[in-house]
Design a protein around this ligand. Structure first.
Ligand code: ADP
Ligand code: ZN
Length: 432
C-alpha cells in the first residue's frame, strides 16, 4: 500500500520541478523572515532570485547544530509565536536543547509523512500499534502517535519503559505492530523469555524502529528473537522528527519523502556535493516547513543515496542505513551525549582531573555508561570517605548535565593512558 501515490510515485522530472518551485519559495521566505538566513545569503551575494535550478542548491549556505545553539531558543523561527501550536525539543549538548516549533500546517505535514512512513513499512488501518517511543518533548512519541491515528490503526500510547506492562498489553490487546528503538525490542524479547511468554503465539508481526544506529546483524537478531519484520525509520528533531525516511518491505534503503525534504550527500571535510552512490554526510533542506525552515542542515549522519526505482513502486530516492557520524556524538539509551559535556562537568568539580575514559557497553540490550575519572593527588591520599563523597558528587553533576545515569569510577592520578595527538576518550563496546 502507498499512502499518497501522487507524491510517492511521481515521475522524477515532475518531482524535481516541484522541488525547485518549493525551494524558490523557501529561500524567499527565509530571506524575508529569518535574519540569520538573510545575513548568510547576503554574505554570499545571493537573493531569492539566484535560485534558478536545483543545482543552485549547492550555492546556499549550510546550517549546522551550532547555529541552533547560537540562536537559542527561537532565533531561527520564521513565524510569529501565535502561529506556533506545539514545541518539541531534543537533548542538547550543553544543557540547552534544540527547540523545534511547529505551526498547524507543520503538524499536518508531519502527520502526513508519518502516515506515509507507517504505510510504507507495511502497517494499515486494521493494525494495533503499540507505541513504545517516549512521549513528551522527544519527537518520537507524538510523531508516531499521530501518524498511527491518521492511518486509522488502533494506537496504544504505552510510551517507554515498564516492560512487563508492555508485554501484558501486547498480548491482551492483540498488538500487531510495535514501534520502539531497536535496542528496546531486544529488551522486550528477553523479558518475554524470562516471563515464559511465547510471542509467536501473539499477533505481533511488524516492528518500526529507529532513533538510534543499528546494523543488518542487529536486524537479523531482532527478527530471530521476535516474530516480526523489523523496518528502519529515520528522522531528526531539527528537520521534523521521525518521518524523514523509512524502508519499504523490500528493505533496500529508506525512501526519503523528497517533496518535503530535499536530500544531498556532501563530503564532510570540504562540503562539496557528492554524486549518487557515494558515501558522505547527509544534508537536508526542508521544503515546506513554516515555523522552523532549515536550509542545508548538516545532519552529521553518514549515508549514501540511490535514485533507482524501487520494486515497491515509489520513485523516491533511497538512503542507505546510517553508517556512522561525522562527530563524536554518542546515542546512549536514546539520549544524545557528547564527550565534551562530560569534560565540562569534570572541569567544574574540584578534586577530579579532566582525564577520563568513557566506556559504553550494552548489558542485556540496555546501554550502559561508565566513566573513569582520575582524581587529583591530594584527594587520592585522603580518606576513603572523602573519595566516596567525591564519587557521589561527580555522579550527580553528570546525571544533571547528561540527563541519563552513569557509573563513575575514580582512578588513581595519572593512571589513564595519555596519547599524543587526538586523545581516545571513548570506548564503545556495543556491538550493533
Ligand atoms: P529523534 O527524536 O528523531 O531521535 P534526535 O534529533 O534526538 O531525534 O536524534 C536524531 C539522530 O538520531 C539522527 O541524527 C541520527 O544520528 C539518529 N537516528 C535517528 N534515526 C536513526 C536510524 N534509523 N538509524 C540510525 N540513526 C538514527
Ligand atoms: Zn521501496
Amino acid at each position: 500500500m502507498i499512502w499518497n501515490p501522487q507524491y510517492e510515485t511521481m515521475p522524477r522530472p515532475q518531482l524535481e520541478k516541484l522541488q525547485l518551485e518549493r525551494l524558490q519559495a523557501l529561500v524567499a521566505r527565509v530571506y524575508e523572515k529569518v535574519p540569520f538566513y538573510r545575513q548568510a545569503l547576503q554574505e554570499r551575494d545571493l537573493t531569492p532570485e539566484s535560485i534558478k535550478s536545483l543545482a543552485d542548491l549547492s550555492r546556499l549556505p549550510f546550517t549546522v547544530k551550532q547555529d541552533f545553539r547560537d540562536n537559542y531558543p527561537l532565533g531561527l523561527v520564521a513565524v510569529p509565536m501565535d502561529q506556533v501550536c506545539r514545541v518539541h525539543a531534543s537533548s542538547g549538548t550543553t544543557g540547552k536543547p534544540v527547540v523545534a516549533p511547529y505551526t498547524a500546517n507543520d503538524l499536518r505535514m508531519w502527520t502526513e509523512v508519518m502516515a506515509r512512513s507507517l504505510t510504507c513499512a507495511g502497517m494499515g488501518k486494521d493494525d494495533v500499534m503499540q507505541n513504545a517511543y517516549g512521549y513528551g518533548l522527544f519527537t518520537g512519541g507524538l510523531g508516531f502517535h499521530y501518524g498511527g491515528e491518521r492511518v486509522g490503526a488502533t494506537v496504544i500510547p504505552t510510551s517507554t519503559g515498564n516492560t512487563k506492562r508492555q508485554l501484558m498489553l501486547l498480548q491482551d490487546l492483540g498488538t500487531t505492530v510495535i514501534t520502539c528503538t531497536p535496542s528496546y525490542s531486544l529488551i522486550l524479547a528477553e523479558a518475554a523469555l524470562e516471563m515464559g511468554v511465547d510471542l509467536r503465539l501473539s499477533k505481533l508481526r511488524l516492528g518500526i524502529m529507529g532513533a538510534e544506529p543499528w546494523s543488518e546483524q542487529m536486524r537479523a537478531e531482532i527478527e530471530a528473537k521476535l516474530p516480526i519484520q523489523a523496518i528502519d525509520i529515520y528522522g531528526l528533531t531539527e528537520v521534523v522528527g521521525p518521518g524523514v525516511s523509512v524502508e519499504c518491505p523490500h528493505k533496500c534503503g529508506m525512501h526519503i519523502f523528497e517533496d518535503h525534504f530535499l536530500p544531498e550527500i556532501v563530503d564532510p571535510a570540504t562540503g562539496e556535493p557528492l554524486p549518487y552512490g557515494q558515501v558522505g554526510e547527509l544534508v537536508i533542506t526542508t521544503l515546506t516547513k513554516e515555523a522552523l525552515p532549515v536550509i542545508r542542515f548538516r545532519t552529521r549522519d553518514i549515508a549514501s543515496l540511490n535514485p533507482e526505482p524501487c520494486e515497491c513502486g515509489r520513485t523516491l530516492v533511497r538512503m542507505s542505513r546510517i553508517a556512522g557520524r561525522t562527530d563524536d556524538m554518542l546515542i546512549i539509551r536514546g539520549v544524545n551525549v557528547f564527550p565534551s559535556q562530560i569534560e565540562s562537568v569534570l572541569l567544574e568539580v574540584e578534586g577530579v582531573e579532566p582525564h577520563y575514559l568513557i566506556i559504553v557497553d550494552r548489558e542485556r540490550h540496555l546501554d550502559d555508561l561508565e566513566i573513569w575519572v582520575e582524581v587529583s593527588e591530594a584527594v587520592f591520599s585522603d580518606e576513603m570517605r572523602k573519595m566516596e563523597a567525591l564519587q557521589q558528587k561527580v555522579k550527580q553533576e553528570m546525571e544533571g548535565t547528561l540527563g541519563i545515569g552513569a557509573r563513575i569510577k575514580l582512578v588513581e592520578p595519572r593512571s589513564l593512558a595519555r596519547t599524543e595527538g587526538k586523545a581516545k576518550r571513548v570506548v564503545d563496546r556495543r556491538e550493533l
